[in-house]
Design a protein around this ligand. Structure first.
Ligand code: UD1
Ligand code: CA
Length: 455
């Protein structure tokens, strides 16, 4: 590890026009979290002070940055005149960190891993004064190309728009991630001009300018998936796929079984313990914790929920915010649970809605049970006591309590509290008319025959 402190300068002032969106580019999400939040989480894992450069209308971006790193310093780039100009906007931070390494990151390049940043800084320790993270993308179109001398030293970076046909054939590209010593960078920035196709101040020109001043640059190569730059929605989807693949692999390494990992979608904060099995086609929204040994069967959709030890969920179950499933509970097909605690070993196996409730340990909720929690104005609570048995097709009109070990007859509409151990029934009494069905059939057969004869 380097002995010098580190300042990260995160550039997020670009317009992101290629996204065709009213949302700033760096607030678009990967795995349920904004690009810039992913990047800032990585930077704070590595450790160092963080400066973020935003556009004059970048309040939302600044707010997102300080949500993730409360003491990040925000700088405004008055007009978008290029990446070197953007770094200059953070000059006060550079001045405060005279003895530090500075790593420039692009908020639209959020997948870089901490170990890759550590390798980049190690190049400075090894004597380089500028270290550029380079990679070989499948398609280099749009990226700056890294120009090297015969002995492999980095001598320049050429933007696509300024490149000759020969330079465009170079496969090694600039990721945009660059590391400098602060005093070097300050000197280089003051010498960068805007004589290029876009008329912008390019940070990439620091390499050629450095060459003239005897400031040596090197390339540190990394995998393309670490430095995918996101300019379009297609690249956003590519980044999502990369992130998902990484997260699934990490989970499997930590003891989670996924039968078809490529069909399981995780969020940035999904927590899954060991010996959990996840069947195909499961979607985790944000805020989900799954405890040891739970089984999540196919086609479940879950968010902001806790799935306890040994729970069996699904297939086709939906957990909405605030579902808390106790140990060994069973929530089966076409059951929706929202803001409800389900006790240890309780079961709701078929076609039910449990909203704003509390289900005691060992209770059994029959098929088609509905917690009628909403009257169009207020949400009310349904409480089911331990060991209670709720018959199929019951409507529980909240607020209502069903006592411990009580029994509810199928098809009931329960509007009043039920005492512990009692049977509650609310449905019309059944009547029976002996022989009625036979007589009915004979009558109808005759009538049909008469109609046929007429026509
Ligand atoms: C940039 C690099 C290119 C590299 C590619 C990697 C330059 C000149 N080009 O091109 O060599 O291959 O990234 O993805 O550096 N930004 C500002 N203010 C500005 C301009 C840009 O803050 O005035 C920010 C953007 O928000 C973005 C980053 O800088 O986070 C890069 O800008 P972008 O316009 O996306 O550059 P690319 O054309 O992708
Ligand atoms: Ca870019």
């Amino acid at each position: 590890m380097s002995s010098r402190p580190c300042l990260f300068v995160v550039l997020a002032a670009g317009k992101g026009t290629r996204m065709k969106s009213s949302l700033p580019k760096v607030l678009h999400k990967i795995a349920g979290q904004s690009m810039i939040a992913h990047l800032l989480t990585t930077a704070s894992e590595v450790g160092g002070d963080i400066a973020v450069v935003v556009a004059p209308d970048g309040d939302a971006v600044a707010a997102e940055a300080t949500r993730i790193v409360p003491d990040a310093k925000i700088f405004v780039q008055a007009s978008q005149r290029g990446t070197a100009d953007a770094v200059l906007a953070a000059k006060p931070a550079l001045e405060q960190h005279g003895g530090a390494d500075v790593v420039v990151l692009f908020a639209d390049t959020p997948l870089v891993r901490p170990e890759v940043l550590a390798r980049l800084r190690a190049a400075l320790d090894a004597g380089s004064r500028i270290a550029v993270l380079g990679f070989n993308p499948k398609d280099p179109t749009g990226y700056g190309r890294l120009l090297r001398s015969g002995d492999g030293a980095l001598i320049g970076i050429r933007e696509e728009k300024d490149a000759t046909a020969a330079e465009k054939k170079i496969g090694l590209c600039n990721s945009g991630v660059m590391a400098f010593r602060v005093p070097d960078l300050t000197g280089l920035l003051s010498r960068i001009g805007d004589a290029n196709a876009k008329g912008e101040y390019y940070l990439t020109d620091s390499v050629a300018v450095g060459g003239e001043m005897g400031v040596r640059a090197t390339v540190v190569e990394c995998r393309a998936d670490d430095v995918l730059g996101i300019n379009t929605r297609e690249q956003l989807a590519e980044a999502e796929a990369i992130w998902q693949a990484r997260a699934r692999s990490e989970m499997m390494r930590n003891g989670v079984t996924m039968i078809a990992p490529e069909t399981v979608w995780l969020s940035f904060d999904t927590q899954i313990a060991s010996d959990v099995t996840i069947e195909p086609n499961v979607i985790f929204g944000p805020g989900v914790t799954v405890e040891e040994g739970a089984q999540i069967l196919g086609f479940c959709h879950v968010e902001r929920s806790i799935i306890g030890k040994g729970v069996r969920l699904g297939p086709f179950a939906r957990l909405r915010p605030g579902a808390r499933l106790g140990e060994n509970a069973h929530i089966g097909n076409f059951v929706e649970v929202k803001n409800t605690t389900v006790g240890v070993g309780a079961k709701a196996n078929h076609l039910s809605y449990l909203g704003d409730g509390d289900v005691g340990a060992g209770a059994n909720i029959g098929a088609g049970t509905i917690f009628c929690n909403y009257d169009g104005f207020n949400k009310e609570k349904t409480e089911i006591g331990e060991g209670a048995f709720v018959g199929s097709n019951t409507s529980l009109v909240a607020p209502v309590k069903v006592g411990k070990d009580a029994y509810i007859g199928s098809g009931s509409v329960i509007t009043k509290d039920v005492s512990p151990g009692a049977l509650a029934l609310s449905r019309s009494a059944q009547e029976e008319r002996p022989g009625w069905a036979d007589k009915f059939r004979i009558m109808m057969t005759r009538r049909k025959a008469a109609q046929k004869n007429k026509s």
